[in-house]
Write a protein that binds this ligand. Structure first.
Ligand code: SF4
Length: 205
């Protein structure tokens, strides 16, 4: 099907290497220079452009196509925490079936929603992986172009430290396009916050 000039699909849940990924939205508060969405239609052969954002029931119906998986990952082709109500409902279902739950996020959800959403993850989410992306506000803004401008980076750090209170595992990540010295400093920052650190590989053309 074609919508807005793009071929779209209704892929709300898709499997990669024993994890089921959840695709809730194509919207995001960032426009990262390295974002896959500017160059690709999806990942691992799945088209992740959506004709419409799914309800929790629609996501859960697609999750039921898969049986042999241990982890549910909110990731998709956009920022999943923009859709908190749906995310929490699906996470509740995933936990009720004994799955580990992880969110990959840009960390701006509390700023976006105007409340501390980290609290709402307690008991439902095992891991939050937050894209730190840069060491300071100016570098973050230059790379990620958030709708919140230079306020975004501080909000990401605040969200990460709130997540430390409510979620067992917090990971901060950067993409390997940064200079080595900046990657090192980001790693030190993650350590200081008591978070894990991960370097994501840039997927080029
Ligand atoms: S935060 Fe993620 S989805 Fe949003 S623009 Fe950046 S890479 Fe893309």
């Amino acid at each position: 099907m074609i919508a807005g000039g793009k071929v779209v699909a209704d892929t709300y849940a898709y499997e990669i290497k024993g994890s089921v990924y959840i695709n809730l939205t194509n919207e995001c508060t960032n426009k990262c220079g390295f974002c896959l969405r500017s160059r690709m239609d999806g990942v691992a052969g799945y088209n992740l452009w959506l004709e419409k954002e799914p309800t929790a029931e629609e996501v859960i119906a697609q999750m039921k196509k898969y049986s042999d998986y241990s982890e549910v990952v909110f990731c998709g082709f956009g920022e999943p925490m923009l859709r908190m109500d749906t995310l929490l409902e699906v996470a509740r279902y995933a936990k009720s079936t004994g799955k580990r739950v992880r969110i990959n996020t840009n960390g701006q959800a509390s700023l976006y929603h105007g409340r501390n959403v980290a609290k709402e993850l307690q008991g439902l989410v095992d891991c939050v992986s937050i894209s730190l992306n840069a060491l300071d506000a100016a570098r973050y803004d230059a790379l990620c172009h958030s709708i919140f401008g230079k306020k975004a980076h501080k909000a990401v750090l605040e969200f990460a430290s709130e997540c430390k209170k409510y979620v067992p595992e917090v990971v901060l990540s950067v993409v390997d396009i940064l200079p080595e010295s900046e990657i090192k400093k980001c790693e030190e920052l993650a350590e200081k916050m008591g978070a894990k650190f991960r370097i994501r590989h840039y997927v080029g053309q």
